[in-house]
Design a protein around this ligand. Structure first.
Ligand SMILES: Cc1cc2nc3c(=O)[nH]c(=O)nc-3n(C[C@H](O)[C@H](O)[C@H](O)COP(=O)(O)OP(=O)(O)OC[C@H]3O[C@@H](n4cnc5c(N)ncnc54)[C@H](O)[C@@H]3O)c2cc1C
Length: 452
């Protein structure tokens, strides 16, 4: 029987679901899958994006783990496409490749002052508190007053992590150095800014409501933001999610505030214009324009300029995919150009046979983990139907890629290695009455993975 040797690059949910769906699909050929991941640990943003105090979502790892533990997928961790293996290598040893490399960096925010000291991308901060091996282990949490720009769930994650007392994060898997730095944070006020009104936010109700349950943190909302126009009223009446968000905000309007030592301020109708320099190259304030509803569900500027003093600012305006060597890339949207997961040449939109995409690098950084499953189904359907158009590799043997990585001196990890690291982290956590303590330095992760 024909065998499909398939490489999947990226062991986040998209890559793992794609492998699972293909293995379970009805097809007239055998399959052998190698999953390449640049980090020594799998699971992508579920491990390195989802906030540590969201254990239910982190728990999705159990379902992903069941897939990789079944034993019919080989995992090659600590192997980066573009550095350790190339497209030419894959063409020599596989019939096809699926890129599931996600989106791991911040989208740009084009306002003056964005490069000042004290101005950070949300993705960097998220990577830091989630113990990503490739970001510095220290973080300058020195500001009492902080701004967060954005009205999506990542903005809420960042704001919550900034405002929450470190001891309330102790039961989670946060690394020890993250706890220590959060513990010494002098923060008192976190200001969240969104251009539009409460009926147009991208938060989900559960994540918003959670802010109001934080210990010793007051939620501050401003009366001027609740003078709804007809479009906002219609949105609240017609969309259950918006209705619940409004209900949560209305409850906060009625709450007594003033007793808590920290505050989370929600500023709606506030369009950031500039991050103000204190004269030494450091953030000193955020300048923004008050906006107003335009009657069609959008907003227009009012010309009223305001300023709030802050000493740090986080830009949570979206994630963005990165280009991959010799793979087409759409710079405007940060994705691989594709039709239902079939990768297209950029110049003429024709098929790049043998190359597929799935997950955030396919459709952009929106949507929940569950969406990567339907995404993967669509891509896999084409992988199966394209049988006549796969590559013809010179050496499709399973040993060939192992030999190549060894010859190149790539210190790859495998599934057993991940089990070693996983058990080690769980044991570190158990010793302190916590579920897990993550190992952060990459060399240490590799060493623990590869010890026999
Ligand atoms: C801060 C944050 C919080 C979130 N919270 C939630 C939540 O609470 N609930 C929810 O449902 N969703 C949440 N999401 C969304 C969820 O994380 C994504 O939907 C999902 O992770 C996208 O999956 P993916 O596999 O496409 O990408 P990723 O999860 O990013 O996985 C991509 C993988 O590819 C690897 N990779 C990249 N480049 C290479 C390369 N060159 N070579 C080898 N490997 C490579 C990366 O290391 C990574 O492991 C959150 C996202 C963020 C950013």
């Amino acid at each position: 029987m024909t065998k499909l040797r398939l490489a999947i690059v990226g062991a986040g949910p998209a890559g793992i679901y794609a492998a699972d769906i293909l293995l379970k699909a009805e097809r007239g050929f055998d399959v052998s899958i190698d999953l390449f991941e640049q980090l020594p640990a799998p699971y992508g943003l579920v491990r390195y994006g989802v906030a540590p105090d969201h254990p239910r979502i982190k728990g999705i790892i159990s379902a992903l783990r069941e897939v990789v533990d079944r034993g019919d997928i080989r995992l090659f961790g600590n192997v980066q496409f573009g550095t350790d293996i190339t497209l030419d290598d894959l063409k020599k040893h596989y019939n096809a490749v699926i890129f599931a490399t996600g989106a791991i960096r911040d989208a740009d925010l084009d306002i003056p002052g964005v490069d000042l000291d004290g101005s950070y991308g949300a993705a960097e901060f998220v990577s830091w508190f989630d113990g990503h091996p490739d970001v510095p282990r220290t973080w300058p949490l020195e500001a009492e007053s902080v701004a967060v720009i954005g009205n999506g769930n990542v903005a809420l994650d960042v704001s919550r992590m900034l405002a929450k007392h470190a001891d309330d994060l102790l039961p989670t898997e946060i690394p020890a150095n993250v706890y220590d730095i959060l513990k010494s944070s002098p923060v008192t006020d976190v200001h969240i800014f969104g251009r539009r009104g409460p009926a147009q936010v991208k938060f989900t109700p559960l994540e918003l409501r959670e802010l109001g349950e934080l210990n010793d943190v007051d939620m501050i909302v401003y009366e001027e933001d609740f003078d709804y126009d007809d479009a906002s009223k219609a949105a609240i009446a017609s969309n259950k999610q918006v209705m619940v968000i409004d209900r949560v905000l209305q409850q906060w309007r009625q709450r007594e505030v003033g007793a808590a030592s920290r505050r989370l301020h929600l500023h709606f109708y506030a369009k950031p214009l500039e991050i103000v320099d204190d004269g030494t190259g450091h953030v000193s304030a955020i300048r923004y324009e008050r906006t107003a509803p335009d009657g069609e569900g959008g907003v227009r500027g009012t010309g009223e300029i305001r300023e709030i003093p802050i000493r740090a600012l986080y830009r949570a305006v979206g994630y963005f995919g990165s280009p991959l060597d010799n793979i087409p890339y759409d710079e405007k949207h940060g994705v691989i150009p594709n039709r239902e997961g079939q990768v297209l040449h950029k110049t003429d939109n024709t098929r790049m046979y043998g190359v597929y995409a799935t997950g955030w690098i396919k459709r952009g950084p929106v949507g929940l983990i569950g969406h990567t499953k339907s995404d993967a189904m669509e891509t896999i359907k084409h992988v199966i139907n394209d049988q006549g158009n796969w590559w013809t590799p010179v050496d499709p043997s399973e040993e060939s890629i192992v030999t190549l990585l060894r010859e190149r001196g790539v210190e790859y990890t495998n599934l057993d290695g991940w089990h070693n690291l996983d058990s080690h982290e769980l044991a570190l956590g158990a010793a302190e009455g916590r579920t897990r303590i993550k190992v952060v330095p990459r060399d240490e992760m590799v060493k623990i993975s590869n010890r026999s």
